[in-house]
Design a protein. Sequence first.
Length: 256
Amino acid sequence: MPKRMAIHHRLVKTMLLLVCALIASGCTKTYTDYSSFITEPRPVVTATDYRMSPPDTVQIYSKRVREIHLHTEAISPDGKLTLPLLGRIFVAGKTTEEVTAELELLAQEFYEDADVSVRVTRYSSKKIFVFGEVSRPGPYAYNGANTVLGMLSMAQPTRIADPSKIMVLRPNEDGEMIRKMTVDLDRMVKDGDTLLNAVMEEGDIIYVPPTTLAAVRLGFQQLLLPFQPIANTISGPADIEVAAQGHSSYGSSQQE
């Protein structure tokens, strides 16, 4: 047998073993830590008060203290705001209610009836992460009201994503994944079942896996990389080939 044909046969055999292994392993493992993410009554926002940090942007309202009315500023790296009349104020790690109370107290030295309201206008310090088979992977701003469905609608799973095995991961302060649950995007979107549309917390991670066939295709691509001339003679399923190249979004119509 010619050497090139022998290599070809060994490569095909390896591929078949890879396919069998992937199919035997089945889909991504299902995680069921649902009680860690879903509570009753269902919260509208996270139970943890949002605490400001650099470089969040805040805006101050005050009808009576004109010097600071509509003042907008990003929190500096040292955790402070520099305000007209009131000076440098440390705000990092505090809620808007706590900062409002402090500013009102300071402003009362100049105005007896001082009124102050503080709100975050740009959330930049805390993140939620979305990875895997999505069109827009990476960090997203955490604002205390993020939900699983909302994050997926922004990240947009691709056509080779497995919508039934999406993983939501919650690490602890040491980075260990202590809580995990699997959600079915199709059930949420097509059936209206939003039971697992949890309100997310800072640092949560969403991972969107590929389908089993797509995982096989991606495995082939990695395996065949050193043998590209031979690999060109071996094709995978046509729909996976198109999807891997086109990265159309979940739910979009497929072009003929």
